[in-house]
Design a protein around this ligand. Sequence first.
Ligand code: NI
Length: 411
Amino acid sequence: MPLMTPEDTTARSVEDTLKGNLSEPDQLAALLVRVRRHLHEHPELGLREFNTSRFIRAVLETHGLDVHGPIAETGLYVDIKGDLPGPMVAYRADIDALPIKEQNDLPYSSKNDGVAHLCGHDAHTAMAIGVAVYLDHHRSELQGTVRVFFQPNEEGIPSGAPLMIEAGVVKGVSAVYASHVDPTIAAGRFGLMTGAVTASADRFRVRVMADSTGHSARPHQATDPIWIATQIMSDLYQMLGRISDPRRPAVIAICRMHAGEAYNVIPDEAEFGGTFRCTANDDRVIFKRNIEQTATYVGKGHGARVEVDFDLGSPPVVNDGELIHVMREAIEETHGREAIYNIPVPSMGAEDFAHYLDHAPGALIRIGTCSGPETAHVLHDSRFNIDESVMAPAAITMSRALMKLLRRKAS
Ligand code: NI
């Protein structure tokens, strides 16, 4: 995969990207579009966002901000310290792209073959730069500090959030916001929800093993791992609403299975795996324990050995009520009540922003980006794109919510 040289990414683009008095909203808008298009054209995969990180640093430094990092490989942060004393709150952006070939034919389409910003993290990064720059121009009104941080590898494992936490990014932070673009919401609207807004995502893998292979004519003389695996799978599908409270959404999906080669040989091993997703953290423990027990006991009952492994991923994102209240006020004051979309049900997708919520209350806001057929493709679709005009108003709204939150906490 052809990677760019550092010279490509920083020197030229920063120079022709950034100038002017950015307290003007239209100039902020122009800046964010240029930043987003540069990132879109030069996407990088998780924990390898080296040029992306250098570019973010260069943009922020061009605007006189003091950039800290890199931490967690490619992560960065800036602290916007207000003129008035107060606590510290934070705003997070993710910076990584996906291993997908982009199908859009745009002047700024991905130049990195097989890698593309199809989850909008280019826009998240641009908006976070907008938040930092906007707040820097409003230090006199800021009652405390806003830490704006840029996190690598939201999409992959090991995901970036725990690495950023380990590096201390939320130390001393009393609340944290993030936002995600959303092509299912109209441009100009913001999706809000209190409580669980995304689910957890944990992976499981089950291996069912026999001592030897057998003849398909005489299964009664063999231990048949496929027959046993199907019984375990069927038990797993029946757990929903039986081991967990049916009022709390959860879903199990078995997405891979491998066993056997020949049509007339019972194999000595079968393996399958998938994910389980829950909107309540307690349910993750219940599902994990039950998957392990069911697989082990069903296997044992039929004379097979069973191994169960887990890769624990992100917890659910549970939005804090006060933070949503503050964000709602900021949106209503700036864009009116009709700009708010009350999200009716949580997404069963996961977002590693959840890890920060173990350390501070937080909220994830959806930013509507759809204004026609070209911006209606779903996240991770190879044709995904956004209405860029939402970025500057969203950055200003996020900034105002952060200022409001600090005022509230300081008083
Ligand atoms: Ni994303």
